[in-house]
Design a binder for this molecule. Structure first.
Ligand code: 13P
Ligand code: SF4
Length: 317
């Protein structure tokens, strides 16, 4: 049964006004990722990519952090804020990269290469973070890889597309975990080529979680914030955007005179919408603030171990 059925909401309420009121009452901050629905983005106190959201979570002095994103992001906020209440609108908002890298299999993989340095993408569970030497996001991964001494072997998990792109950028060989994002894998090269033929002036921009043929075709590759900033500074008038559709809201807001086309999935589906990110809704945000749940909790020993590689990342960012 869904959260909103189990926890009824008075239908006469103005949900947006209630969220604003409850945020103040609870001294809560609403952090949101760019892949959230536009009405959630518009209510957020802070919007950003994974790195900026982790940095915002580290800085906040609010009593309550409500994280409109996916579970691993809220978990990172809790790792950085053991004494604050960290809420998620929907506990089921997972990530295919995190679920494709279970702790036991990751631990066994690491154990095979005891001298290697383990750099792990932030899209993983707290348990996998605790087994890693460094965490990275798509906006600081290159810097972190370059900071590892040349003579050290690197294990990179869980996104193989980001890993391969980093190998090409840095010239470093790495052992890659074979994980991927179900959203970024969905873009159709065939349809992208057709779109480019119909819109020859449009620039293709892509997130590094996309597959290699899409990245080869892209004119710019970067994290969600880097993609947004590129469309603001660049002088093209039209862009094909190969990442989750949520980012188009901020692109269009920042550049109302430009045209943004969502990268097309292969099937006739909305597979370029992240099904986990899109589990969140204004109703669930309201309920989380009203009831102060669901909360992210974890054993203190795990939290302490998972914090070490996150702090290393933040120090390098
Ligand atoms: P960034 O916002 O850090 O680019 O991450 C993209 C992503 O897939 C988050 O799940
Ligand atoms: Fe995970 Fe992909 Fe969704 Fe990001 S877009 S949360 S990487 S499944």
């Amino acid at each position: 049964m869904s959260e909103t059925v189990q926890r009824p909401i008075d239908p006469s309420l103005d949900i947006e006004a209630e969220i604003v009121r409850l945020k103040k009452d609870r001294n809560a901050v609403l952090l949101a990722h760019y892949y959230q629905d536009s009405e959630i983005q518009d209510l957020a106190d802070f919007l950003g990519d994974s790195l900026q959201l982790a940095q915002a979570a580290k800085k906040t002095t609010a009593d309550v952090i409500l994280f409109a994103g996916v579970h691993f992001m809220a978990e990172t906020a809790k790792i950085l804020n053991p004494d604050r209440i960290v809420l998620v609108p929907d506990m089921e908002a997972g990530c295919s990269l995190a679920s494709g890298c279970p702790t036991d299999r990751y631990r066994a993989w690491r154990a095979k290469y005891p001298d290697a340095v383990a750099v792990t993408y932030i899209n993983c569970t707290a348990e996998v973070k605790a087994e890693s030497d460094y965490i990275c996001t798509s906006s600081n991964a290159e810097k972190i890889i370059r900071a590892i001494p040349e003579d050290k072997e690197i294990l990179f998990a869980p996104d193989r597309n980001l890993g391969r792109w980093l190998m090409q950028k840095t010239g470093r060989q790495m052992r890659l975990w074979m994980g991927s994002c179900i959203v970024h894998e969905t873009f159709s090269l065939r349809k992208l080529i057709e779109l480019k033929e119909r819109h020859p002036e449009a620039k293709l921009i892509a997130h590094p979680e996309c597959e290699e043929p899409v990245l080869k075709m892209a004119e710019f590759i970067g994290s969600t914030t880097a993609l947004l900033n590129y469309t603001i500074k660049d002088d093209a008038k039209e862009y094909i955007v190969a990442t989750e559709t949520g980012i188009l809201h901020q692109m269009q807001k920042a550049s109302p005179d430009k045209t943004f086309i969502a990268g097309p999935p292969e099937g006739n589906c909305a597979c370029n919408d992240c099904p986990f990110m899109k589990l969140n809704s204004l109703e669930k945000i309201y309920l989380a603030l009203r009831d102060l749940e669901p909360r992210i909790e974890m054993p203190e020993a795990l939290r302490e171990r998972a914090r070490v590689p996150i702090d290393r990342m933040l120090a390098l960012s």
